[in-house]
Every structure is written in C-alpha cells, then in structure tokens.
Ligand binder design. Sequence first.
Ligand code: ZN
Ligand code: ZN
Length: 142
Amino acid sequence: MNSKIVHGACLCEKIKFEVTLPTKWCAHCHCTLCRRSHGAAFVTWFGVNTSQFRIIKGENQIKWYFSSAESQRGFCTNCGSHILFKSTKWPGETHVSLSNMINPIDRKPAGHAYFDTHVDWLEFNDGLPRNNDPDLIRENRL
Ligand SMILES: [Zn+2]
Ligand SMILES: [Zn+2]
C-alpha cells in the first residue's frame, strides 16, 4: 500500500494541508454548485478517508459553507480558494480539489459526474465515462 504524503495549498498559502495516499477515487464534477462556487467550467475532485487528510497550517482560515442541507464546502477566508468538500452522503470522506495540490496524486480522473449539467462552451472528448450519478464513478462501476 502506498502511504506517500502529498501536499496542497490555497492560492495565498495561508492554508496548507497534506494528504496520505492512497486516494479512493478522482473525477470531474460538472454540477452547478461546484461550477458556481469555484467559478470554473467544472471541478476535479479526489476523495480520501478523512483520517488521511490533515491541515498543516491555517485551520482557522477555513470557512465551511453549507451549499445544501447535507454538504459543506471549505474555502480560504483570505484568498477565496475553494478547496474542500464534505457531505453526510459520504461520511468519513473528505473531497479535495485536485487543482490545489502541489504534488501529483496516485491516480487520474476516472470520469465526468453530473455531466447532464456541463457547460456548452467547452468540448469534452477525453473518452472518459460520463454519468449523472457520481457514485458510479466513485465505485468504478462505469
Ligand atoms: Zn488562501
Ligand atoms: Zn459538484
């Protein structure tokens, strides 16, 4: 088992964190909540057990925002970088924005979640599976 540690940060670097590999999954999310909170065409997330995620610096800089009844998004109160997601739908799991990683992780994105709501101003032709149910990608059932 690969227990290598990789690091990430927000834009201003007041928040720094580390992730102990292995990750559980990695996927692009096209849901409107991700798009709007990150100001991006889509967001690439990976998931780890919460025990494998550790804030090294700036814990008090993180603001958790409830984007739905069950889910919260963590962002830097100084620079606004959205870096974290957690939900009662996936207890014990922390989702981390791949774009905020300094080091590569142990896998590539496996598919496109919530593809039904993808933007129509960007072409997606990477051949990866597209599905509206993120659990299919998470569980490698596509
Ligand atoms: Zn920041
Ligand atoms: Zn999303």
